[in-house]
Design a protein around this ligand. Structure first.
Ligand code: ADP
Ligand code: MG
Length: 605
């Protein structure tokens, strides 16, 4: 019998290994960014063409490599970061497996230009199919530039498997953001097809989060800080009232490495328990620093999962730290912890004066004790029942509300109001009035959302979008992600009454805005519109127009804690009664309650 086993040639072995490590252009970006960070860089630039399919170029100002190292770094298991397996348990670098560059070189055309700190000349090396095809001394800046061309050029199956450019670009942006958030002190930029997507200067963590997500994030962050003998944890959680319908901005970093950990995620979610509305998710950026001996980073080829020696303690500490921060915040939201004032942009709208913190102050709140109380989460209409409803009476259901209201002739209701009716505002949140013999209580925010929603849907249906022309057109700059969204939603946004058109770079020019928007607040209005749209994108079964009308209504509606004049209350209630679904708010709950004289009488029996 003949022997059958052969050792695979390096090129083949590397190609197979690449399958695990480099799944898509974004994985190459991640590995190269990590190498740049490990090299001690203070500035990293990334250039991408065709979502990384044609070119990924990463330039750093780190320690660089000697000529020998520049050749050796592409060999399998070539690393400067560990010497023995035991070193893995004291590791603070991102890399240690020594397989990223070998994997990339097996499936792409690679050019490396590097100069070690203090050396006169640098080295340039070209590699294709794992073979060094050319090498020469060059003059180049200190640090390393690496060019990855035509990724998967020799693995057509993988190339064909790649998703569309926007999807692959999104993955790259995700990886870039993870490194950017892990290392706010490093200046980082990302360009795609020559267009700048990110330009982040060296900063502290709060500034970095704000420059990645936009200035409106500044007011959303609650700091977390806890030191224990096992670990320290710092970072931010999003204020509960800014929770989102979709998951997304949820980040754990352990010793500056982004990791995915369902168990720790649960610890955070658990700490939020009563504070979040159902089906909504809070944002968090949490940084754990722990002795590397207490974790195992080598359990996953892409190094995004780790194992804690004492998982339960880590869970308990994370949960307690987040709870404590939220507790402090909810007791004294006014303190607002060290907000970066320089980012404070006004976020006001016409009906929306100085934004008040929306979390109710609850001085009894003990973060370490779960009382099962829903106090903090109770907002809006439910509260009405606490004061109004005597337990003996059945609560009103939305269906009943709608029927009662429909029973009124809407025209007639209008006339009744014009004649007499007084309006009172209760707690700067509800409007109380009477219709004939009935007591009417309106939830001002929910009602205004309903009114605006129907108004915007009308504009879409009648292709009538009133727009107040501006004296001076404004240019609006967007982040990369928001610019894409703007292009996608351009016609829906125009339909609301925004006179916008695409401009150069990542900007739109604004010539007019709907009459609901006060002059000077157009930019904030569009930003908050996009935010609302994104946070509503988890809702299924709605058309894009409905989604947009909802987002616009939610972002422009008056909130609670806003004093209304008699005239404003009257108009609001009148407009509400003219709505098709005047009784129901956009969340499906009542936006007004009607108590008939009989029901009132019942309460006095
Ligand atoms: P690992 O990061 O796991 O060590 P890699 O294949 O990613 O493995 O890199 C191999 C080696 O090449 C690194 O250990 C490092 O010494 C060197 N290297 C890679 N990229 C850079 C860079 N940008 N600057 C300096 N040295 C680098
Ligand atoms: Mg590496």
């Amino acid at each position: 019998m003949s022997d059958l086993i052969q050792l695979l040639p390096d090129a083949v072995a590397n190609q197979i290994a690449a399958g695990e490590v480099i799944q898509r252009p974004a994985s190459a970006v991640k590995e190269l960014l990590e190498n740049a960070v490990d090299a001690g860089s203070t500035r990293i630039e990334v250039h991408i063409k065709d979502s990384g399919k044609t070119l990924i170029q990463i330039t750093d100002n780190g320690c660089g490599m000697s000529t020998t190292d520049a050749r050796l770094c592409f060999a399998r298991h070539a690393t400067s970061k560990i010497r023995s397996a035991a070193d893995i348990f004291s590791i603070r670098t991102k890399g240690f497996r020594g397989e990223a560059l070998a994997s990339i070189a097996a499936i792409a055309q690679v050019e490396l230009r590097t100069r070690q700190t203090g050396e006169e000349t640098g080295t340039a090396i070209w590699i294709e199919g794992n073979e060094i095809s050319r090498q020469e001394p060059v003059s180049c800046p200190e640090g390393t530039s690496i060019f990855i061309r035509n990724l998967f050029y020799n693995v057509p199956a993988r190339r064909n498997f790649l998703k569309s450019n926007p999807v692959e670009a999104r993955h790259i942006i995700d990886e870039f953001e993870r490194v950017a958030l892990a290392h706010p002190e490093i200046a980082m930029s990302l360009h795609q097809n020559g267009l700048e997507i990110f330009k982040l200067s060296s900063s502290n963590l709060r500034q970095r989060i704000v420059s990645v997500y936009g200035s409106h994030y500044n007011e959303r962050l609650v700091p977390v800080h806890e030191e224990t003998s096992l670990l320290s944890i710092t970072g931010f959680v999003g204020k509960p009232e800014f929770s989102k319908k979709s998951r997304g901005e949820q980040f754990f970093f352990v010793n500056r490495r982004f990791i995915k950990d369902g168990y720790l995620h649960h610890a955070v979610t658990n700490a939020f328990e009563d504070l979040l509305p159902r089906d909504s998710y809070s944002s968090y950026w949490l940084y754990i620093d722990i002795d590397p001996a207490k974790i195992d980073v080598n359990i996953h080829p892409t190094k995004t999962e780790i194992k804690f020696e004492d998982e339960r303690s880590v869970y308990a500490i994370v949960r307690a730290a987040v709870k404590r921060s939220l507790g402090q915040y909810s007791v004294s939201p006014a303190l607002d912890f060290e907000q970066e004032k320089s980012f404070d942009l006004p976020h006001t709208m016409r009906y929306q004066p100085a934004q008040q913190p929306m979390v109710t102050v609850n001085t009894d709140y003990n973060p370490f004790q779960s009382t099962g109380s829903k106090k903090l989460a109770t907002q809006g209409w439910e509260k009405m029942y606490e004061s109004l409803a005597n337990t003996a009476l059945p609560p009103f259901t939305p269906e009943v509300q709608q029927m009662d209201i429909d029973a009124f002739n809407k025209e007639k209701a209008t006339i009744i109001f014009q004649d007499a009716a007084s309006f009172f505002q209760i707690g700067q949140e509800f409007i109380v009035s009477s219709i004939q013999e009935n007591l009417l209580i309106v939830h001002q925010q929910a009602a205004h959302e309903r009114i605006l929603f129907e108004e915007f849907m009308n504009r879409y249906e009648n292709a009538r979008s009133p727009s107040q022309q501006q004296l001076f057109p404004q240019t609006l700059e967007f982040t990369a992600a928001d610019f894409e969204l703007m292009k996608e939603l351009e016609s829906e946004i125009r339909g609301l009454g925004f006179d916008i058109s695409e401009f150069g770079g990542k900007s739109f020019v604004l010539n007019g805005a709907p009459p609901e928007i006060a002059t000077g607040e157009e930019k904030e209005a569009i930003e908050s519109l996009l935010e609302q749209y994104k946070s509503g994108s988890g809702i299924t079964g709605l058309s894009r127009r409905e989604m947009m009308a909802r987002a616009a209504a939610k972002s422009m509606a008056i909130r609670k804690n806003r004093k209304l004049s008699d005239q404003e209350m009257k108009i609001l209630v009148q407009d509400l009664l003219k709505c098709d679904k005047s009784g129901v708010g956009l969340n499906g709950k009542p936006c007004m309650v009607l108590l008939t004289a009989d029901e009132l009488r019942d309460r006095f029996r």
